[in-house]
Design a protein around this ligand. Structure first.
Ligand code: 5GP
Length: 194
């Protein structure tokens, strides 16, 4: 099993500019609250928020749902919003949507506060692993079913501060990895809106 780059720094930052452009267009003239889901989305959130040119408030939530490589299925709030998001335009910023269970629970929590609008933005979408359907409005990259680390993503709290996104693969998966990388670059060129 080896650690290989799946998405490099340049590709990440180019895609973030595209996502921020979409958000700037979609919310023109509106105020926005960006909710960071700690810890995994810290770099994505920091980079994305600095490309958004709207009147923006920053909020943070921390939940835990993972142990090692497996979702525990239930979420535990470690840190909640400073202020409720009633009547606000909210975008939840996630690192990765995998089973969808974490976001589903979070959305239910935020909807109770009656925001004016509620959208989801994730850097990575592992669609094949979905157990609970969640509506995602902005997707950085759709990726295949690899466990990824780096750019905020951890394995037992390690590797978060690596600037690129890596995945762990077996030797015989190397050819497949090249195809996966090509598909990722195509999403940068052509987008991946549903
Ligand atoms: P879900 O509830 O959608 O299964 O999982 C969401 C959370 O699980 C993410 O916010 C992330 O923290 C963690 N997660 C899911 N897939 C991965 C992965 O491939 N790598 C890492 N490091 N974390 C993941």
């Amino acid at each position: 099993m080896g650690k290989e780059v799946l998405i490099d720094e340049e590709t990440i930052s180019k895609r973030i500019i595209q996502l921020a452009d979409q958000i700037n267009n979609d919310y023109k003239g509106e105020k926005l609250t960006l909710v960071c889901i700690l810890k995994g989305s810290l770099y994505f959130y920091a980079d994305l928020s600095r490309k958004i040119n709207l009147d923006t408030e920053l909020e943070f939530i921390r939940v835990s749902s993972y142990e090692g490589e497996n979702s525990t299925g239930k979420i535990d709030f470690k840190l909640d919003l400073d202020e409720e998001v009633t009547n606000k335009n909210v975008i939840v910023v996630e690192d990765i949507v995998d089973t969808g269970n974490t976001l589903d629970s979070l959305l239910k929590h935020l909807k109770k506060q009656k925001p004016k609008s509620l959208k989801l933005c994730t850097l990575l979408d592992k669609k094949d692993r979905r157990e609970t359907e969640v509506p995602i409005d902005y997707v950085g990259f759709k990726i295949p079913n690899h466990f990824v680390i780096g750019y905020g993503l951890d394995l037992d709290q390690k590797y978060r501060n690596i600037p690129e996104i890596y995945c762990f693969i077996e030797d015989e998966e190397r050819e497949q990895l090249n195809e996966d990388r090509e598909r990722i670059v195509l999403q940068l060129k052509y987008g991946n809106r549903r």
